[in-house]
Ligand binder design. Structure first.
Ligand SMILES: *Cc1c(COP(=O)(O)O)cnc(C)c1O
Length: 364
């Protein structure tokens, strides 16, 4: 926590706004919109997953529709496709950003159109905070008239040629889950281009109640709105977002400076114009065995590190769905490791971690 969160939460208690609406909800939405710049509208919801779900609803994705989704991601990117009874089609990554490959995306779209199954949406992800190739993806989106849902859950604070992540798609998605760069303990936001879209998202997220003195419903609704107490934490966290980004980027710089001399380790550099919040510092090692050696050495000292996300097309729950792959995400899953990346790591913590990793590398 940054320090101011409790003040906003206390205000909610003092004014008795303990509900999924109130001044903190409006204030948090306003703060996010201001941070993102432009004329973006923001609806804060109970999670990033709920926000992706609402984006699919707003796009009219329904039973039997196909939705293209980056395969190299966390399952929450894809699960809402299933909630809608729709069908995911997974697309592999390219090597410069580890995100959705524009080439494969176009191949997948052409294939689906030839099979009379034109996809209804594209879910692209800025994984680990690194922006995807937004210009290329937007061009494909325009060319085939398929909207992009921009999963920016891991990339709040990242920018693409100075444009904030979260504003690059038709709809943007943020997450404030406990593990994200800023957190409300749990929560998310849907970023829209128009007030009408925001209002629809809020309507659907508050049980789709129509105007009437009694309870009247003409659509199936959801209970997805963020509470005013939780939004108070968010207002406090907005004050420290840029500090958190700076701290995470420093972690990355530290690891990179001290480890880049080892030929068995690769880092993911920012392509020109790409600015990553470096939510997690990730490395790609030269082999599965080395990755495991490093991970287990760290674990011996009670230090947690994790393999990179297991691609969706390899997950038991999604393995039977169509996928367009090129080996990139499978290779990353096999050899990649997320290093400890918290914004509260001390110099001492970092040196301890470094010592273990470089010791392992010198011994191979
Ligand atoms: C965390 C995350 C989500 C989901 O956000 P929640 O707020 O945890 O529901 C979606 N996509 C990605 C890539 C994530 O990392």
């Amino acid at each position: 926590m940054g320090g101011m969160e409790q003040r906003f939460v206390e205000e909610a208690f003092n004014t008795n706004w303990i509900a999924p609406l109130g001044p903190n909800v409006n204030g948090f939405e306003h703060d996010i919109a201001k941070y993102l710049g432009g004329n973006h509208q923001v609806a804060v919801l109970s999670s990033g997953t709920a926000s992706i779900h609402m984006a699919l609803e707003l796009l009219g994705v329904t039973r039997g529709d196909e939705v293209l989704c980056q395969s190299f991601t966390f399952s929450a990117s894809a699960n809402p496709i299933m909630y809608q009874g729709a069908t995911p089609v997974f697309v592999d990554s390219e090597k410069d950003t580890w995100n959705i490959s524009p080439e494969l995306l176009e191949i997948a779209i052409k294939d689906r159109i030839e099979n009379y199954k034109k996809p209804k949406a594209i879910i692209a992800v800025h994984l680990y905070g690194m922006p995807y190739k937004a210009k290329e993806i937007s061009e494909i989106s325009k060319k085939y008239d398929i909207p992009v849902i921009e999963d920016s859950a891991e990339a709040f604070g990242s920018t693409y040629f100075n444009t904030p992540c979260g504003t690059l798609g038709k709809f943007g998605v943020l997450s404030f889950n406990g593990n994200k760069i800023i957190t409300t303990s749990g929560g998310g936001a849907l970023v829209t281009k128009t007030i009408e879209e925001k209002n629809s998202a809020v309507h659907l997220s508050t049980q789709a109640r129509d105007e009437a003195p009694h309870y009247e419903h003409s659509k199936v609704g959801y209970n997805y709105r963020m509470s005013n107490v939780v939004a108070g934490i968010g207002r406090g966290q907005m004050l420290v977002l840029d500090d958190r980004v700076a701290a995470r980027r420093q972690n990355y710089d530290f690891y990179k400076t001290h480890l880049e001399g080892f030929k068995d380790i690769e880092f993911l550099d920012e392509p020109y114009g790409f600015f990553s919040n470096r939510w997690l510092t990730c490395i790609k090692t030269s082999s599965f065995e080395l990755r495991e050696q490093i991970r287990l050495k760290l674990l011996e000292q009670d230090i947690e590190s994790r393999p990179l996300w297991k691609p969706m097309h390899m997950q038991p729950v999604f393995k039977d769905f169509l996928h367009f792959t090129n080996g990139t995400s499978e290779d990353l899953f096999e050899k990649g490791l997320c290093l400890p990346s918290g914004s509260n790591l001390t110099k001492n913590d970092l040196n301890r971690i470094l010592h273990i990793i470089s010791g392992t590398l010198k011994n191979i």
